[in-house]
Design a binder for this molecule. Structure first.
Ligand code: COA
Length: 256
């Protein structure tokens, strides 16, 4: 639920990577409920099919296509199919990501590389393919889901912080290089969001966050909806933190 008018994305087509579960699913549903046709991708077709069924009950038009953001050929295939079917691709949400809490010396080389490959290379692969196949000629809006880790050291998150900070940098450069083409590129950085895989994975790690608010998947979707809507038509190259202030809480001192 939100206060935005219905159909503000009417006639548009939106691709959401990692759109079968968690925050990505809520973003897909929200963009769909505001008029966009939705394409969701992830590695598991059965998960995507479940989400598609749910969306269709809400009369959202949805394509569900298994693909791995790490594989440029698979990504290009998805984007070609979408443009063949619906003739356009106005919005891309780079949401697919991997995460596990681990200290630097406990992460294997392949573990660190895996997160960089999914988060940073995956975002690059999808962004480049969407730009080349459609947005270069028609404009569009891209939102990258990142993390509020850019300016601080964050224990247990060296791999994710490095990858997501790379995505923040890529966001700004894409915004600058493509502004003249009518392509806006922004990011949304979530803090603690309830009911997510991320929340589950961090249960094992003590996080001093007693003084912080907790967000919902809908909070994330609302920020994304604003950024891809025409109300944000002069906003590009920015990050909106949806994190209840965790990203500016340097000392992480719990309230007493
Ligand atoms: N702790 C430490 N290392 C881990 C790990 C953990 N919890 N989970 C995976 N790894 C390491 C693996 O050991 C492997 O390295 P190795 O070959 O040196 O042993 C490497 O990461 C790749 O793991 P693998 O399971 O083969 O990769 P994958 O591509 O199938 O999965 C992950 C990627 C690791 C990110 C997986 O957890 C995933 O797909 N998650 C998606 C959902 C998610 O993370 N959501 C949270 C978002 S906040």
């Amino acid at each position: 639920m939100n206060d935005f008018k219905e159909n503000i994305l009417s006639g548009r087509v939106a691709l959401i990577t990692g759109g079968g579960t968690g925050i990505g699913r809520e973003i897909a549903r929200t963009l769909g409920n505001h008029g966009a046709k939705i394409v969701i991708t992830s590695r598991k077709q059965d998960v995507l099919d479940g989400a598609k069924k749910e969306f269709e009950k809400e009369t959202i038009e949805c394509l569900a296509m298994a693909s791995d953001v790490r594989n440029p050929e698979e990504v290009e295939q998805v984007i070609t199919s979408v443009i063949e079917k619906w003739g356009r691709l106005d919005i891309v949400i780079n949401n697919a990501a991997g995460n596990f809490p681990a200290l630097i010396d406990k992460i294997s080389y392949n573990g660190f590389k895996t997160i960089v490959d999914i988060d940073l290379m995956g975002t690059y692969n999808v962004t480049k393919a969407a730009y080349t196949a459609y947005m270069k000629a028609h404009g569009g809006s891209i939102v990258n889901i990142t993390a509020p880790f850019e300016h601080w050291g964050v224990s247990y998150q060296s791999h994710v912080a490095a990858a997501k900070t790379g995505v923040e940098s890529l966001t700004r450069t894409c915004a600058v290089e493509w502004a003249q083409l009518g392509i806006r590129v922004n990011s949304v950085a979530p803090g603690f969001i309830t009911g997510t895989e991320g929340e589950k994975r961090f249960e094992a790690v003590k996080v001093e966050n007693a003084n912080l608010l907790k967000g919902t998947k809908q909070d994330m979707a609302n920020a994304v909806l604003f950024l891809v809507s025409d109300s944000a038509s002069f906003i590009s190259g920015v990050c909106i933190r949806v994190d209840g202030a965790v990203g500016v809480d340097m000392l992480k001192i719990a309230a007493v």
